[in-house]
Design a protein around this ligand. Structure first.
Ligand SMILES: CC(C)(COP(=O)(O)OP(=O)(O)OC[C@H]1O[C@@H](n2cnc3c(N)ncnc32)[C@H](O)[C@@H]1OP(=O)(O)O)[C@@H](O)C(=O)NCCC(=O)NCCS
Length: 484
C-alpha cells in the first residue's frame, strides 16, 4: 500500500487515526510518520522476548533526570523487571502492544481485558510510553488505537488513568472517545512529584442502555454525577439525605438492632455472642479473610456497596514498598465482614479494594477501623485513602463523608448488578496533604469538560470538608456541655 493510500485510510475513520485492520488485530502493518519521514513503524502484539526492551522504556520514562530510580517513580515496579514482565506478557489476562522501528521497540501499551467478573467486562489500560526520540509522531495514538480496536467489542467499560503532568496520555485517550470522570489527588509518585491522575472512561452504547437507574445517591455524589454525565447525555440518580451506618465501636447487642442481612442467604442464627459488653472488633487475619472470600464467591463482589474489582496493583520484589492487609470484623466469635487494603508507601496511597459484610451496617465500622490502622501506622506522614463504592448506596455515601471522604470520580455503568449496570463513585480521604496542592497540574488542563469536572470536585471537597468540620465542632461542644 502506498503512503498516500495509508494516509487516506487514516482519514476514513474520524478520530481514529492510524489503526487499520489486517490479519490480526494488532498487526496494523507499517505506518507513515506524521513528520513526513518514511521510517516504517510497526504496531504489533508484544512478545515475551520484547520484555527487556519494554522494561527499558519504562525505566527511561520514569527515572528522574540523571538517575536510575524508576523503582521509586513508577507505580508498577513489576514492569521494570524483565523476568516478571515476560511472565505477564505470556499470560491470558493482559494484552501488550508494541511499536517497532529500526528493529527496536520504541513504544508500548498494556491492558487488562477484564478486572472484574465475566459480566462486569471492565478493561483497564496502563503503561502507555514512547521512547523520547520517537515522540510527537503519532505513535502513542497508534498503540492506543490497536488496543482499543481489540477491546472495544467485548468490554462494557474501559478505564484509563492518565497523567496530568504529561498531556500525551489523556490527549491520546480523548481521541478515542474517552471522557473525563474525575481525578485522583496525589495518586502516584512520578518524576514530576506526587502527581494527580485524571480518570477517563469509555462507556459503550450497549452498557449505557443497560444502566440501572433505580436507587439514590448522596447530594455530593449527585453533584459530581451531574457534571460527569452531561457529556454522555445521562441523568444522575436522585439525591437523598440518609443517616450514616455506625462508625464508633459499640456493644454487639446494641449494634445488632441496627443491622440487616446483606442477602437472605447470609442470615445467621447463632452468632456466639458472649458477654453483654462484647463490642464489634476487627482483627488482621489473612487466613480467615481468605476463607470468607471463598464463602462469598457465589455473591456479587459489589454486594456491600463497595465495588470489588481487581485493579492493577504494583508488585515489589524488595518487599518494602507495599503493605497488603486483610481485616476481619467479628461479632462475638463470628467473623462477619472482611476487607482487603493495599498501601503503597512510595505513592503514599492506600486503596480499599474489597469489602464484604454479612450485614448491611458494618461497612462504616470496617472503614473506620482501616482508617485507625492507617492513622496509627503513618504517624502523620501523608496518606490518601481511596475506595470505590456503588452510586446507589446513600447510607454508605453519608458514612464515608462523615469519615472525611469526598467523591472524586464518577463511573457510569461501571459494573454488573442484578437489574442492569451500576454506576459507581470513587471517594478519597486525605491525611496530612492539603487538597489544593494536588491541583498543581490538574488546573492547567486544556480540556473544557475535564476542567469542569475538576472544578466540581473542588467545590464538593470544600463543602464536604466544611460540613465535617462543623459536625466535629458540634460534637466537641456537646461533649464539653455533658462534662460540665
Ligand atoms: C505520553 C506519550 C506516550 C505520548 O507519546 P507520543 O507518541 O509522543 O504521542 P503522539 O505523538 O501519539 O501524540 C498523542 C497526542 O498527545 C499530544 N501530546 C503528546 N505529548 C504531549 C505533551 N508532552 N504535551 C502536550 N501534548 C502532547 C499530541 O499532540 C497528540 O495530541 P493531538 O493529536 O490532539 O495533537 C509520551 O510522551 C511518553 O512516553 N511520555 C512519558 C510517559 C507518559 O507520561 N505516559 C502517559 C501515561 S498516561
Amino acid at each position: 500500500m502506498s503512503n498516500r493510500m495509508l494516509a487516506e485510510d487514516q482519514h476514513t475513520r474520524e478520530g481514529f487515526p492510524m489503526s487499520r485492520q489486517t490479519q490480526n488485530a494488532y498487526d496494523v502493518g507499517t505506518m507513515p510518520l506524521v513528520t513526513g519521514t518514511l521510517t516504517p513503524v510497526t504496531i504489533r502484539a508484544g512478545r515475551p522476548q520484547d520484555a527487556d526492551q519494554i522494561s527499558d522504556l519504562y525505566r527511561q520514562a520514569y527515572s528522574a533526570s540523571n538517575s536510575d530510580d524508576a523503582q521509586e517513580h513508577y507505580p508498577f515496579p513489576q514492569f521494570l523487571d524483565p523476568r516478571r514482565l515476560r511472565q505477564l506478557a505470556n499470560g491470558e489476562t493482559m494484552d501488550w502492544v508494541v511499536a517497532e522501528a529500526e528493529k527496536k521497540i520504541v513504544g508500548t501499551i498494556g491492558a487488562i481485558r477484564n478486572i472484574g467478573r465475566a459480566d462486569d467486562g471492565v478493561a483497564e489500560y496502563f503503561g502507555l510510553v514512547v521512547n523520547e526520540t520517537w515522540r510527537g509522531k503519532g505513535i502513542a495514538g497508534s498503540l492506543f488505537g490497536a488496543v482499543y480496536e481489540k477491546l472495544t467489542d467485548k468490554a462494557r467499560f474501559m478505564i484509563a488513568e492518565t497523567r496530568t503532568a504529561d498531556a500525551g496520555g489523556w490527549r491520546t485517550a480523548k481521541k478515542y472517545g474517552f471522557v473525563p470522570l474525575g481525578f485522583e489527588p496525589f495518586a502516584h509518585n512520578t518524576p514530576a512529584g506526587s502527581e494527580t491522575m485524571l480518570l477517563l472512561g469509555s462507556v459503550p452504547k450497549q452498557a449505557r442502555h443497560q444502566r440501572d437507574v433505580g436507587g439514590h445517591s448522596s447530594v455530593a455524589v449527585r453533584t459530581l454525577a451531574r457534571t460527569v454525565l452531561q457529556t454522555l447525555h445521562l441523568e444522575p440518580l436522585p439525591a437523598v439525605e440518609r443517616s450514616t451506618y455506625p462508625i464508633t465501636p459499640q456493644p454487639c447487642h446494641e449494634l445488632l438492632s441496627k443491622l440487616t442481612p446483606a442477602h437472605p442467604r447470609l442470615k445467621v442464627s447463632g452468632l456466639g455472642l458472649g458477654k453483654a459488653d462484647d463490642v464489634f472488633h476487627v482483627l488482621d487475619d489473612k487466613m480467615v479473610a481468605i476463607q470468607l472470600q471463598q464463602e462469598w464467591r457465589s455473591f456479587s463482589p459489589h454486594l456491600s456497596g463497595v465495588v470489588g474489582l481487581s485493579r492493577l496493583e504494583g508488585e515489589d520484589p524488595t518487599g518494602d514498598r507495599y503493605t497488603k492487609k486483610c481485616f476481619v470484623g467479628y461479632i462475638g466469635k463470628c467473623p462477619v465482614s472482611c476487607a482487603r487494603i493495599v498501601w503503597d508507601h512510595r505513592d503514599h496511597r492506600a486503596r480499599i479494594l474489597y469489602l464484604q459484610t454479612r450485614f448491611h451496617g458494618l461497612q462504616g465500622l470496617m472503614v473506620a477501623e482501616i482508617l485507625r490502622f492507617l492513622e496509627t501506622q503513618s504517624r502523620y506522614t501523608p496518606v490518601s485513602v481511596v475506595i470505590d463504592v456503588r452510586a446507589d448506596y446513600p447510607s454508605l455515601h453519608a458514612t464515608l463523608e462523615e469519615l472525611g471522604f469526598f467523591p472524586t470520580v464518577y463511573y457510569p455503568c461501571l459494573v454488573a448488578g442484578e437489574k442492569g449496570r451500576l454506576d459507581a463513585v470513587q471517594y478519597t480521604r486525605l491525611y496530612s496533604r492539603p487538597f489544593q496542592e494536588s491541583l498543581k497540574f490538574v488546573r492547567a488542563l486544556g480540556w473544557f469538560e475535564a476542567n469542569t469536572v475538576v472544578k466540581t470536585v473542588m467545590s464538593i471537597e470544600k463543602e464536604v470538608t466544611h460540613r465535617s468540620i462543623e459536625r466535629r465542632d458540634g460534637l466537641v461542644a456537646t461533649m464539653r456541655c455533658s462534662h460540665s
